[in-house]
Design a binder for this molecule. Structure first.
Ligand code: BG6
Length: 463
């Protein structure tokens, strides 16, 4: 019954990527270094096959070709980020005119193809000089970020009507200061909390600056939401899931949408002695400057159970002191990347946003299936036949459709990603694109089967 899955006419169909992951030209035309450029310089071995940020899919030079292909594949919107260190090479001070020219050209090219630019300000790419000053731990860096945001609004606010302050702000914070996947790879919960608080504060300040300008657009944030499911309905498991939710979802979702912090989390921070440094006026500022729009990235859920493994009280503090992960028997896995696939999770998030967050306007800003060694699915014509990805998207989209029927204010769906892109330490290990990139053939682009599937979906609104 195909007509059951017809999406609204004005639904936002598109894809997302980020500056560091697609632009390349890492040292070109006056771009400053960010933490990825620096880390690759000093420790290239950390990166899968030693592929660094200068070897990404060359959007900087090939944006015209890529935007034409986006149009061809049905996009009406595209989310990308501005590189802070390309626009303002040291993170504060002089603006780089070549970067202004580049982003102007990209935005104009998008509009000329009927594709609306959704622009994100921060996607894991702290300018190196700002990291040296303490990165998100430092209040000075918050100020520099707000100036950068204001510069972007003033330069591009005439053509960009959908802005985002951060992509997945919890990810850089937890990976820089707890789990070791982003530079400087420390393990220090106190720093993690401070950096997290400052990114929330920076977001609220950027929202305030945007609204003051009356540019007629909307400003939001993009959060990776991972619904936390308890192992059982036993109160201890339910409690564990609630705490995991407070740490990993509500820590950013509540302040961004409601302007408040979850009391469960604040209680733990107080009890463990990890409250951040907060200055007079900060809490009011966060309260008064919430988002207009919410982007939701969904990949997989979090399965949680009550704490069973004893922890070493001398080990550094981790949120996992309060729960254990539950390896649910029989869960469906992505065999090519090792993440769980649970399609209904996307519906549960949308219903949660509807019921507990004022049904704020939202969209799926990332959803996608990573696959290792994807060339094994090449057919004789040289196209990757990624039926698994088509099925992955269709099954998620059926739940998005159900959410719309049930009153969700979800306005669009962006896949991760358009063209296979460079993904931090994983570099090109997991491929997500609708279009493949051949690194051995000057990044030759070839549309995958899912690219043609996406085109049909975007044009007809039907699965
Ligand atoms: C998302 C991030 O969470 O995951 C992207 O926003 C990232 O930047 C994507 O590339 C995929 O990650 P991975 O580890 O599978 O390559």
């Amino acid at each position: 019954m195909v007509k059951d899955y017809l999406f609204p006419k004005d639904f936002w169909w598109g894809s997302a990527s980020s500056a560091t992951q697609m632009e390349g030209a890492a040292n070109k035309d006056g771009k400053g270094k960010n933490i990825w450029d620096h880390w690759y310089e000093i420790e290239p071995n950390r990166f899968f096959k030693k592929i660094g940020p200068s070897e990404t899919s060359q959007f900087y030079e090939r944006y015209k070709e890529d935007i034409a292909l986006m149009k061809e594949l049905g996009h009406n919107s595209f989310r990308f980020s501005i590189s802070w260190s390309r626009l303002i090479p040291t993170g504060e001070g002089e603006v780089n005119p070549k970067a202004v020219q580049f982003y102007n050209q990209v935005m104009d090219e998008l509009w000329n193809h009927g594709i609306e630019p959704f622009v994100n300000l921060y996607h894991f790419d702290m300018p190196f000089e700002q990291q040296e000053k303490g990165g998100w731990e430092s209040r000075e860096v918050v100020k520099a970020y707000v100036k950068y945001a204001e510069t972007c609004f003033d330069l591009f606010g005439d053509r960009v009507k959908k802005w985002f302050t951060h992509n997945e702000p919890i990810v850089p914070v937890e990976n820089q200061y707890l789990y070791g996947h982003h530079y400087p790879a420390l393990c220090n919960f106190q720093k993690c909390v401070q950096a997290g608080f400052h990114s929330i504060l920076a977001s609220a300040m950027a929202i305030r600056a945007y609204h003051k300008r009356n540019l007629g657009g909307k400003i939001g944030i993009i959060l990776n939401l991972t619904p936390s499911y308890p192992r059982s309905q036993h109160p201890a498991d339910v409690e564990a899931a609630k705490i995991a939710d407070a740490f990993f979802n509500r820590s950013f979702l509540d302040p961004s949408v409601k302007g408040t912090f979850p009391s469960e989390l604040v209680d733990i921070l107080k009890k463990e002695g990890f409250m951040p440094h907060i200055e007079d006026g900060d809490i009011t500022l966060i309260k008064e400057n919430t988002v207009d729009l919410l982007g939701i990235n969904y990949y997989q859920p979090r399965r949680v159970k009550a704490k069973e493994n004893l922890f070493n009280p001398n080990a550094p503090f981790m949120p996992e002191r309060y729960f254990d992960y539950h390896d649910m028997p029989g869960k469906k896995m992505n065999p090519y990347r090792g993440w769980e696939i649970y399609e209904k999770g996307i519906y549960d998030i949308l219903m949660n946003v509807k019921e507990n967050y004022g049904n704020i306007e939202c969209f799926i800003s990332e959803n996608g299936m990573g696959v290792e060694n994807e060339t094994r699915f090449l057919n004789e014509e040289g196209m990757i036949e990624d039926d698994y990805r088509i099925e992955f998207y269709e099954e998620h989209l059926k739940w998005v459709h159900q959410a719309i029927q049930d009153g969700s204010n979800v306005k669009g769906f962006h896949v991760w990603t358009f063209i296979d892109n460079w993904s931090w330490l994983n570099a090109y290990k997991n491929r997500y694109g609708l279009v493949s990139v051949d690194l051995d053939k000057d990044c030759k682009r070839t549309v995958k089967k899912s690219g043609y599937w996406f085109k049909k979906l975007a044009v007809t609104g039907l699965i």
